[in-house]
Design a protein around this ligand. Structure first.
Ligand SMILES: [Zn+2]
Ligand SMILES: [Zn+2]
Length: 285
């Protein structure tokens, strides 16, 4: 009993050391020490997640928009499909408003990890590299499954759609979707769609830093799938698929891969869509 308690205390200390280290790196580079150092640990962690999320959103959004709409003008996207500045400003406004709330999720998740309530472990080599890879693969499948069903239910349960998810579907044409739409959701919608990352921690032993990296990578991915450029790399569910989701409302709920939509019968392929469009004989389902 004592040994278990001691082990839990060591684990807690390891995680607190780690989160404090990340707080120092991000906050120490962005803010004067007297502004963040006196704050309680939980608030420091929230502030770090908030600043890191905001930085990620604006950096990836602006760089990507500059590249596809300016540097590669008319290469990837036809001129009449480039979103208006007004649409992008509205998406930035919705995202900025929701960001403080989104940041609560990783903060609460880190709190639970520090308390030793999850199955997180601290050192990547703790279980050996083979087990590490297996655990990360299971984590990935759980997130794919969770995001798919969370997103699908946000459509199928009508009050949820009306009160939460419809905010994101204000953008329903190619020329109204931009990389900035990725975070333009009702705050609770954004949190619910990211919850599978936290639930997975209670099911599968997960390396803490890998979880954080995967969580923030999700943010980058969300930006990417709203650029309307179809990459056509199997089995990736890229922007071509997500554009269809925004126009039909009942296909392609998935996240990184097409597998969940394929398994649960909601997949719609962008190539097939184009062929049907050219042919003109078949109508969209
Ligand atoms: Zn949707
Ligand atoms: Zn979307």
């Amino acid at each position: 009993m004592n040994r278990t308690r001691l082990r839990n205390r060591d684990l807690t200390m390891q995680f607190v050391d780690e989160t404090s280290f990340y707080n120092r790196i991000v906050l120490g580079h962005l803010l004067p020490a007297n502004l963040w150092d006196p704050l309680p640990h939980f608030i420091q962690t929230w502030l770090r997640n908030y600043l890191a999320g905001t930085l990620l959103y604006f950096t990836s959004g602006f760089l990507w928009c500059f590249y596809i709409y300016y540097l590669k003008h008319n290469v990837y996207i036809p001129k009449d499909a480039i979103p208006t500045r007004k649409a992008m400003v509205l998406q930035i406004y919705a995202s900025t408003k929701a960001m403080p709330w989104y940041s609560l999720l990783p903060t609460v998740s880190e709190y639970m990890i520090e308390k030793g309530w999850t199955r997180c472990f601290s050192r990547a080599d703790e279980h050996g590299w083979a087990m590490y890879s297996l655990y990360i693969s299971i984590y990935f499948v759980l997130v794919e499954f969770g995001v798919y069903w969370m997103h699908r239910e946000l459509h199928d349960i009508k009050p949820l759609y009306k009160c939460l998810h419809s905010t994101h579907h204000l953008y329903n044409k190619q020329n109204s979707i931009s990389p900035f739409a990725g975070f333009a959701l009702h705050p609770l919608d954004g949190i619910l769609q990211a919850v599978p990352h936290v639930v997975a921690l209670f099911i599968v032993p997960t390396h803490f830093t890998s979880h954080l990296v995967l969580f923030f990578m999700d943010g980058m991915w969300t930006t990417n799938i709203h650029d309307c450029i179809h990459g056509d790399v199997w089995p990736i569910m890229g922007a071509g698929y997500h554009t269809i989701h925004h126009t039909t409302y009942r296909h392609n709920y998935g996240h990184y891969t097409i597998w969940m939509d394929w398994m649960f019968g909601s997949l719609r392929d962008p190539i097939e869509e184009e062929e049907e469009g050219d042919d003109g004989s078949k109508k969209r389902k």
